[in-house]
Each structure stands twice: as structure tokens, then as C-alpha cells.
Design a protein around this ligand. Structure first.
Ligand code: PHE
Length: 466
């Protein structure tokens, strides 16, 4: 399984990617699975999934989301990793190379571009929210929430959002850490950290599920998550569920394609994609099973919006024994999970800049970092100074999130599916994915099911079906 032939002694993305000229590679399947899972599991699972599920009425939304993961997400994850690996380059170059191989227009490189740009836009709000998680390490650790009521916890979060300078401070810290990791290529240390943190996060979530069972509202929480009422589902909700499937699996943001480019040839893409999809889904569902019982037990509103995680979990930490310790640990792990996703959001841009302009990784990080920092101010101000400035009822953050997740990502996903299913030759995709019934199922899905479903969901959202 392991293919170390091209790997530098230390292995890992940072070190190997610094030597862009040769084809850099992960040290093996495990390194890739860890990095890709690190990319997939992040704020999307623990912060975003519960709050959008709350906003869109619960179980029916969850079912659509799960269907999207299965029919669209996993096949596309395979497609992206495959394109990256066969193209062996950053997304625009990989797309251009494969289009060339297939005798198609080099303009397909634009699709790679959109991925790089999307990753960039996503990171601008991602660092701000990750900043909230970092701030909460200290808040929970200091015992701020001990025996606090729901109201007090809500007020604490409100105060955080109201202060642009505090948000800028924490967001900048996360951005600096992200860029530092990507620039220095301290991937090895990070991989070790992930090795510990991911299982740790999982365990803590299980502990919290245990706590949620004691609230007396566990069944109500489960029913909200798993007992669907399709009457609550609007066309827009369906689109948000689709967009979230993309967001949570790190699709259409250039990340998986870029990581795929560093993947050794012998590793089974299908197996890895299934593993990643499964782990990612499990973490999201566990987070929901923790948060909704807490919401109902404390008389909170499931549709409270982006702050949901930060106004529910601290209540639990304030009440359980050793809560300050568990709470601080939880937010440490959430922050690490966010960091491992953040680096995959900027890596495509850095890979592209170093490849295109032959500049060092450090320079590429600095340049993109400054732009990113400026853009992140838009998200910071969405929660205070610009709160009232809305367009179609959405703040800068709300609009950016909606535009990227619900429109740009599914739309570029559609084209990636068409590219992998129709433009790339059967021989090429078969060489990457292997023959057999699994391959035939993938090919059928990516050619027909995924594109048709995406188009139907778009049509549904714009009201074609009434
Ligand atoms: N999947 C990450 C999360 O769920 C976010 C992400 C999106 C990362 C797109 C990379 C690319 O938090």
C-alpha cells in the first residue's frame, strides 16, 4: 500500500509540496486519509450542521442532506481526488492537463480556478468563526459558564459578537496560525496532532451525548433530528442541504483536488472516499445529538442561527462535573479540527501561486493572507457594525455563505461531475478508480444521477416546480 519512493524523509504535505518541481506525494494512504478527514471534519460538522438543521426544521432537512452525501457527495469526492491525482497539479493546471488528455477545451481550467477562488472566499469567514472557538477555550477554561443560565450564556456570546476588535483579534490569530502552518510546512507535527485530536474530539462528543441523555429531552432532540416532517421543507432548504453536503466534504473548494494531487497511485480512491464520508457524517450527527437535546432542555430556539453551538454547549459545560476542563478540551479540539480544514482552504491558492509565479510558499501565504484578512473584516462587521446592512435580508456573512455554499459549490460540482463522467475517457477514469461493479456504479452515478439531481434541486429552488 505504502509508496514512499517520491517522499521526502519527513513526508507530508508541507515538506513535499515545497519541492513543487518533483511530483510531491503523501507518505501513504493513512497520511492522505488523515489530511482529507482533517479537511472534511471541521466547523461544518459541529458548528454549521446543527444550526442550519435548526433553521430548516430538522429531520426532513437531515434526510435530504444524507441523500446528497450519498448520491452526490461521495461520487464527487472520488471524482475530485481522481482529477487531482491524475492531473498531479493544482486545480487549474490539473483540469487543463486532463482536458488536454481528453482532447477537450483548455477552458476547463476555469473550473479549477473557481475552486481556488471558492476556497479563498470560504476561508474569509471560516477564520472568524474558528476565532470564536479559540476564544471559548479560554472562556470555558476560566469557568465563566459555571452554573450559568441559558440567558447568561447567550449574553456572553452576544457580547463577543458585539466587539469587532475582539473578533478581529481571534480571527487574525487563526489566520496567522493557518498561514504559518501552510508556509512552514509543519505538516508532520500537525498530522501527529490530528492523530490525537480527531479521536479525542470523537470521544468527547460521545461523552457529551451521554450528558445530553441526562437532560430529559434526549428523545425530543432525536425526534427533531430523525423524525421527518416534509411539510417544513422549502425548495431553498433543499438547496441549502445540497450546499452543505459540498461544504462538509470539502468539495468544489479546490482542497480535495489539491490533496489528491499528492496521493500515491496505488491507493484505492473509492475506499478512502467512503471512509471520509462516513466519518464526516458520523461527527455531524453526533454533534446534532448533543446540541438539540440541550436546546429543548433549556427552552432555546433551534433556529437561533450561527451562534447555536456557542449558546448551547457552554450550558452543558457549566453544569457537568469538571465542565470547565471538558469544555476547554472540547474547544481546543474544535479549534484544531477547524485549523486542519482551514489549511485545506488556502492550500489550493498557495499551490497555484507557487506553481504559476514561482514564488516561495511563504510569499504566497503572505500575499493571500493580506487579501484574506481584509475580506474577513466583512464577516466580522456582519455581527456588529454592519448588522443592519443587508441585501435580500442577508448580511455580508450570510450572503457570502449562501452564495458560496448554496450556489457556487453545487454549480461547480455539476461541472466537475460532467467533466469526470463525460469529458474524461472511460479508460482514464478506470485506470484511476479500478474496474468492477463499484466502478460501474460510480460511473453511472456521476454521469446521470449526480448531475440530474443537482439540476433538479436548482430548478426546485428557483420555484419551477411551484
Ligand atoms: N469541510 C470543512 C468543514 O466542514 C470546510 C471546507 C470546505 C474545507 C471546503 C475545505 C474546502 O468544516
Amino acid at each position: 500500500m505504502e509508496n514512499n519512493s517520491l517522499t521526502r524523509p519527513l513526508g507530508g504535505l508541507g515538506q513535499v509540496a515545497a519541492s513543487t518541481a518533483a511530483s510531491p506525494q503523501w507518505s501513504g494512504r493513512m497520511a492522505f486519509v488523515l489530511a482529507a478527514t482533517g479537511s472534511a471534519v471541521g466547523l461544518g460538522n459541529i458548528w454549521k450542521f446543527p444550526y442550519i438543521t435548526g433553521e430548516h426544521g430538522g429531520a426532513a432537512f437531515v434526510l435530504v442532506y444524507l441523500a446528497c452525501i450519498l448520491v452526490i457527495g461521495i461520487p464527487l469526492l472520488m471524482a475530485e481526488v481522481m482529477i487531482g491525482r491524475r492531473g498531479r497539479h493544482n486545480p487549474p493546471h490539473a483540469m487543463a492537463a486532463l482536458a488536454g488528455e481528453a482532447g477537450a477545451s483548455p477552458r476547463w481550467r476555469w473550473l479549477g480556478w473557481v475552486g481556488v477562488l471558492t476556497g479563498f472566499l470560504l476561508l474569509s469567514f471560516y477564520v472568524v468563526v474558528a476565532g470564536w472557538a479559540v476564544a471559548y477555550i479560554f472562556d470555558t477554561g476560566a469557568g465563566t459558564f459555571n452554573t450559568a443560565t441559558g440567558e447568561q450564556v447567550g449574553a456572553h456570546f452576544g457580547a463577543l459578537l458585539a466587539s469587532p476588535l475582539t473578533l478581529i483579534f481571534w480571527g487574525s490569530l487563526v489566520l496567522a496560525l493557518t498561514l504559518g502552518i501552510v508556509a512552514l510546512g509543519v505538516r508532520q507535527g500537525l498530522e501527529r496532532a490530528v492523530n490525537l485530536m480527531m479521536p479525542g474530539l470523537f470521544l468527547l462528543l460521545l461523552v457529551l451525548v451521554g450528558y445530553a441523555m441526562t437532560t430529559g429531552h434526549f428523545m425530543q432532540g432525536l425526534a427533531f433530528l430523525f423524525n421527518p416532517d416534509f411539510g417544513k421543507l422549502s425548495g431553498n432548504s433543499v438547496l441549502v442541504a445540497l450546499g452543505h453536503a459540498f461544504f462538509t466534504l470539502s468539495l468544489a473548494g479546490g482542497g480535495m483536488m489539491t490533496y489528491g494531487a499528492y496521493l500515491p497511485g496505488k491507493v484505492s480512491i473509492a475506499k478512502t472516499a467512503l471512509t471520509i464520508g462516513l466519518l464526516d457524517t458520523l461527527v455531524a450527527l453526533l454533534a446534532g445529538m448533543v446540541i438539540f437535546p440541550l436546546v429543548f432542555a433549556n427552552g432555546l430556539e433551534p433556529g437561533a442561527g450561527p451562534g447555536l453551538l456557542f449558546v448551547t454547549l457552554p450550558i452543558a459545560f457549566g453544569q457537568m462535573p469538571l465542565g470547565a476542563l471538558f469544555g476547554a478540551l472540547f474547544f481546543v479540539m474544535l479549534s484544531v479540527a477547524a485549523l486542519t480544514s482551514a489549511i485545506s482552504l488556502i492550500e489550493p491558492a498557495v499551490a497555484w501561486l507557487t506553481g504559476r509565479y514561482r514564488i516561495s510558499r511563504a510569499r504566497a501565504c503572505l500575499g493571500s493572507g493580506v487579501l484574506m484578512w481584509l475580506l474577513s473584516l466583512g464577516t466580522v462587521f456582519s455581527f456588529n457594525l454592519w448588522e443592519q446592512h443587508t441585501l435580500f435580508g442577508k448580511t455580508f456573512f450570510g450572503g457570502l455563505d449562501y452564495l458560496t455554499s448554496s450556489w457556487i459549490m453545487p454549480l461547480s460540482g455539476l461541472f466537475i461531475a460532467l467533466f469526470a463522467g463525460w469529458v474524461m475517457s472511460r479508460t482514464a477514469t478506470e485506470q484511476e478508480l479500478g474496474r468492477g461493479p463499484g466502478y460501474r456504479l460510480w460511473r453511472f452515478t456521476i454521469r446521470y444521477l449526480s448531475p440530474v439531481f443537482i439540476v433538479l434541486m436548482f430548478l426546485n429552488a428557483i420555484g419551477v416546480f411551484g
